[in-house]
Design a binder for this molecule. Structure first.
Ligand code: ZN
Ligand code: ZN
Length: 265
């Protein structure tokens, strides 16, 4: 299976992705420059803290870019339906194509997506069977990066000793203060938003229920775990190796487990 790229033409979505990318770039540029490097020079933090920041930042942006341009699980034009699974497929009345159950037609993208979770404007892409794992990584690393940024912003003012090397004039000092206040504001918004989103996503995977299924209010039966958590997570991430669940630099290979055998409608 080759690397399949997917690009949704939606100017509103581009603006949303642009905003997220801007927040990432802003913090990746200013937090090391204003906090990490000066504190390191004065011996208040270690080189490991700087490396950890950059590593989290790289994992964050890679999962953002990959989640945005990965094929979420778009259906092929003429899918081959295995004879044994025929009753597990249905017709989409919008694009008039056969699709496995649990697929959903995304009106924003204009096609059906396998095991679609939702359409996310912040990555300008659907979240479906093939990129759900990247979306989860994005939530995880964004939480980590914004949490780390908030801790650094806090320590910079309230915990670390004042920088001895400050010989800037007042204008530069005020400029630095404004930049860090913006960083703190972004950190609070991102951390708060991502914590609630991540929690919702994890609960969805644990109960093997997509966001669309939850919203369709057909969850009375679904909202209880029917598979071990290791299995539901392994199916989403495409591997049983838990360490690989955290790595965005790899290709997902679907496990030999069919989602369509679940009793979802
Ligand atoms: Zn469709
Ligand atoms: Zn979509």
């Amino acid at each position: 299976m080759g690397l399949s790229l997917h690009f949704v033409v939606d100017p509103q979505g581009w603006c949303c992705v642009g905003a997220i990318f801007f927040i990432w770039l802003y913090n990746t540029l200013f937090v090391p420059k204003l906090i990490l490097f000066p504190r390191f020079e004065e011996g208040q933090i270690s080189v490991a803290a700087i490396l950890a920041y950059y590593l989290t930042s790289i994992f964050c942006v890679i999962s953002l870019l990959r989640a945005s341009i990965a094929d979420p699980g778009k259906l092929q034009d003429s899918p081959k339906i295995p004879l044994t699974e025929k009753e597990l497929w249905e017709l989409c009345n919008k694009c008039n194509m056969m699709r496995p159950k649990r697929s959903h037609h995304c009106s924003r993208c204009g096609h059906c997506v396998r095991r679609m979770d939702h359409h996310c404007p912040w990555i300008n892409n659907c979240v479906g069977e093939d990129n759900h794992w990247l979306f989860l990584q994005l939530c995880f690393y964004t939480q980590l990066l914004s949490g780390y940024t908030l801790v650094l912003d806090f320590c910079h003012y309230y915990y670390f000793l004042p920088l001895k090397a400050i010989n800037w004039d007042m204008v530069i000092f005020r400029h630095e203060l404004a930049l860090l206040r913006i960083s703190t504001f972004m950190g609070i918004v991102m951390f708060g938003g991502m914590c609630s989103l991540f929690y919702t996503q994890i609960m969805g995977i644990l109960t093997d229920t997509t966001t669309i299924e939850k919203m369709a209010n057909c969850c009375d039966e679904i909202s209880r775990a029917r598979k071990p958590w290791q299995q539901t997570f392994s199916e989403v991430f495409g591997t049983r190796w838990k360490i690989l669940w955290f790595i965005p630099f790899r290709r997902r290979r679907p496990l030999r487990v069919s989602y369509y055998f679940a009793n979802h409608v």
